[in-house]
Ligand binder design. Structure first.
Ligand SMILES: [Zn+2]
Length: 292
C-alpha cells in the first residue's frame, strides 16, 4: 500500500511538473506570435488585394502624379523621422499611396505600414497640419500593431502564416486579404486603441514643425460640419468632442507647439490631384459646403 502511495505521489508530482512546464512555455511565448516582420508580409497581401480588386477606388500611379506624391511623401517623411517611431526601417512608410475616391474622408495604414489616403480627405482638409495629424494617427495604429493583433485574434496566427507563405489557394488568399482590408477600412478599432493612436499622433507631431494637436483639427471640422461620410476616426467612442479635449490635454502636458505650420504647399497639393467630379458640376449637391 505504501509503495502504491509513493507511486501515486510520484505520478502526481510528475504530472504537475509537466503541466507547469507546459504553462511556463506557453506563457513565455512572445505575444503576439506574429511578429512585426510578418506584419509587413501581411501588409503586402492587403496591398495586392487593394490594387487588384479596385474596391476602394483606383490607386493613383506615382509616375502619373509625381507632384502629389512629392507632397505626401514630404509629410509622411517628417512624421516617420520622429524619435517615437519604432519600425522606421522595417515598415513600408515609403510606399504611401493615394486612392482616387473623392467621396471618402479617410486614410488607413495596413499592418507593416503601407499607408493609403483617399483624395476625398485631402480635398476636405484645410491645412497640411490636419492631414499630418490624421496620418500620425494611422501610423500609430501600425506602430502599436493594433490591426495586426486584432486580425490575428480574428483569423488566427496559423492561418495568417499560411496566407503569407502562399500555401493557400489564391482565391482563398484573396478572400482573406479582402476581409482584412474590410477590417482596416471599417469601424472596428476599440476605444482604447483610438485613444492610444491619438496620443501617439501628438508624440510624432511634436517632433515636426506641425501643430502637435493637429489631429484634433480634423475632428473639429467634421463634428462641426457633420455629413454622412464619417470616417474610421469618428466611428468609435469616445465622442469626437472628448477626443479633441484629450488631444489638447496631451499636447498641453507635453508642452509642444500648437501653432499651425506653414501650409503654403497645401493648395498646390490639392491642385495636383485629379480634378474633383463635383467641381465640374457646380449645380450638384454641395458635398463640400463650407469647405472653402
Ligand atoms: Zn483610428
Amino acid at each position: 500500500m505504501q509503495a502504491f502511495l509513493i507511486k501515486l505521489v510520484k505520478f502526481t508530482v510528475i504530472t504537475i511538473a509537466v503541466f507547469a512546464l507546459g504553462w511556463t512555455v506557453f506563457i513565455l511565448l512572445p505575444d503576439p506570435v506574429f511578429g512585426p516582420e510578418q506584419d509587413v508580409e501581411l501588409g503586402k497581401q492587403v496591398v495586392m488585394s487593394i490594387e487588384e480588386s479596385g474596391e476602394e477606388g483606383p490607386v493613383l500611379a506615382p509616375e502619373e502624379y509625381p507632384e502629389a506624391y512629392e507632397h505626401l511623401n514630404r509629410i509622411v517623411d517628417k512624421l516617420v523621422a520622429s524619435s517615437a517611431i519604432e519600425y522606421r526601417d522595417l515598415f513600408a512608410y515609403d510606399q504611401v499611396r493615394i486612392i482616387h475616391n473623392d467621396e471618402v474622408l479617410n486614410a488607413f495604414c495596413t499592418p507593416g505600414g503601407f499607408i493609403y489616403v483617399y483624395t476625398g480627405l485631402i480635398h476636405y482638409l484645410e491645412a497640411e497640419d490636419h492631414l499630418a495629424g490624421v496620418l500620425g494617427h494611422e501610423i500609430a495604429h501600425a506602430e502599436r500593431r493594433h490591426s495586426s493583433i486584432r486580425i490575428q485574434k480574428q483569423f488566427g496566427a496559423d492561418r495568417l502564416f499560411e496566407l503569407i507563405v502562399l500555401t493557400t489557394p489564391i482565391s482563398m488568399r484573396d478572400a482573406w486579404a479582402l476581409s482584412i482590408l474590410a477590417e482596416l477600412t471599417g469601424l472596428s478599432y476599440g476605444r482604447g486603441q483610438e485613444a492610444e493612436a491619438d496620443d501617439y499622433s501628438v508624440r510624432y507631431l511634436s517632433d515636426t514643425d506641425y501643430a502637435c494637436n493637429a489631429t484634433a483639427g480634423f475632428f473639429e471640422k467634421i463634428s462641426r460640419e457633420g455629413g454622412d461620410r464619417v470616417p474610421e476616426f469618428l466611428s468609435t467612442h469616445p465622442a469626437s468632442e472628448n477626443r479633441v479635449t484629450d488631444i489638447n490635454r496631451t499636447a498641453l502636458n507635453a508642452g509642444c507647439s500648437t501653432e499651425l505650420g506653414d501650409s503654403a504647399n497645401w493648395a498646390a497639393f490639392q491642385a495636383s490631384l485629379p480634378p474633383r467630379a463635383d467641381a465640374a458640376e457646380p449645380s450638384g449637391p454641395a458635398a463640400d459646403a463650407g469647405d472653402r
